[in-house]
Design a binder for this molecule. Sequence first.
Ligand code: MG
Length: 380
Amino acid sequence: MKRIVILGSTGSIGVSTLAVASAFPGELSVIGLGARSSVAALRSQIERHRPRAVAVADEAKSAELRGLVGRTTEVWAGEEGMRRLAAMPDADLVVSAMVGAAGLVPTIEAVRAGKRVALANKEVLVCAGEIVMREARLHGAEVIPVDSEHSALLQCLAAGTLKDVRRLILTASGGPFLRATGEELKRATPEAALKHPRWAMGKKVTIDSATMMNKALEMIEARWLFDVAPEKIDVLVHPESIVHSLVEFRDGSVIAQLSVTDMRIPIQYALFYPERLPGEWGRLELDRLKALHFEAPDPRRFPALLLARRAMEAGGTMPAVMNAANEVAVARFLAGGIPFTRITDVVERVMERHRVAVDPPLEDIGEADRWARDEARRAA
Ligand code: MG
C-alpha cells in the first residue's frame, strides 16, 4: 500500500489524482489532503477518502472546517499546516498540485523530508528549479513530473541516456487562438480564452495555454527537471494533443509518447513510476485519427516563448519574475482589466526592469516574486 498526500486536492489536478486513487483502493491510500480555502469540497473529499490529516492554508477557513469534520481527521492551518502535511513522516509520495507560487514552500518541505514528489505545480521549478533539484539530490528525494509533456519526456528518456539527447521537444496544442490574427488576439475575451480545444484545466493554466505562457513555463520546468541546457529545449505546435512530447537522440532517432488527452494517465504514471498498472482512462484509436499535424510556433503572435528563452538566459531570479508578473497579468485579464495581448506585454515590461540576482537563496526569490507582482500591478 502506497500512502499519498495531496497538496492542492480541490483543484483540477487534485481531483483527478483522487479519481486515480479511487481506481486503485488496494494500492493507494490517501493519508493527507491540503487546499487553500475550498472547505465544502474538502469536506466531501474527507468523507470519501478518510485522510488522517488535512491542511487549509486560509486560517479562518480551517476553523470552519474543524467544526464540520469528525475527530478522526486532524485539521491543520496556514502555511505551517501545509508544511506539516508535506512532510508527514509515513507518506510515501507527495503530490504537489497547488496553484502558483504558493506551492513552493510546501514542496521544498517535502523534498527536504526526502519524499518522492509528484510535481504538477510547474511554478515550483520555474521559480526555484536550481534550489529544488539541489535539495532533492541532497536529501535523496525524487521529483517525478505530472505535467503531461514532462511525463512524456520522462517516458521517452527511458529509451536512451541524457548525454545522448540532442533535443527535448515539448508539444503545444496552440490553444484556442492558434489561428487568430494579431487584431483578433487584441480583442479576445476571457470567455473565448477559457475555451481550450483539448484539455479541461483550471482557469489560470487555460489562459496560460492561450498565450503559450504555459509552454514557456514548461520549457523552464524541463530545463531543471532533466538538467538539460536551455538551447536543447524546443517547442512544436501539435493541435491534436496526442503526441505529448518527444525526445530526439543524437543518432537521429526520435522517441514520442502518445495517449488520449486525459490527465489521469500522466498522474497514474507519476503515482506508480516506473511501474505501469492497467488504466481505464481511454485508449488511443490511431486508425480513427488519420493524421497528426506539427508546425513551428509563431513567436510574433506568441512572444511568451521568447520571454522564456530570455528568462533562462538571464537565470537567477528572472524566471520567478516572469512567473509572478504573469500571474498578476492573467488575473487582471480575467477580471476584464486589460486586453489579452497586454498579458505578455506586462510580463516583458517587468522583466526589462528587473535586476537579476544570481544563484539566489529562497528568500531572494520570494523578494523578487513580491517585487514583480508590485511592478506588474503598476504596469497592468
Ligand atoms: Mg502541460
